[in-house]
Design a protein around this ligand. Sequence first.
Ligand SMILES: [Zn+2]
Length: 135
Amino acid sequence: MYPKKKPKSDRERFEEAFRRKVGCTPQVYTARKLASGMQEEELRRRYDLLAVEIAMKIHCTAVRFDTLRSETRSPSASERHVERARRSAVPVCPRCGARMVLRTGQQGARKGRKYWGCSNYPACRCTKDLEEETP
Ligand SMILES: [Zn+2]
C-alpha cells in the first residue's frame, strides 16, 4: 500500500521556492559557487542558512548541503528508494512543518533516549517524544 499521492512533495516545494528566491536550483547554485573557488565549508554554512530560511518560510524541509553533495556523488536509485521509505514513517514538525529526524539525547531528561528533532535545527528547536515502539 502506498500513501496517497500528494500534488507536490516537500522537496519539490523547497526546490521551487529556492529557484524563486535565488534564480537557479540548489544543485546549480552550489556547483557555481564551488566552481568560483568558494571553499566547501564556507559554502555549506552559507547554503544551509539560505536553505533553512527558505524552507521555514514555506513550511517544508530544507535540502541540506550534505544531502545535495551525497546525491551528486552517488545518485543510486535503490538508495533513494530506501530513503523515501524511511521518510514516509517520519513525523512532521508541528512548529515549522519540516520532517523530523531521529536523535539520541545527549544530556538532561532525554539522555540516552531516542526522540524526534526538527530537521531545520538549529533554526527550529522543536522536538517530539518517540511514540511507543511496537515489539
Ligand atoms: Zn521545526
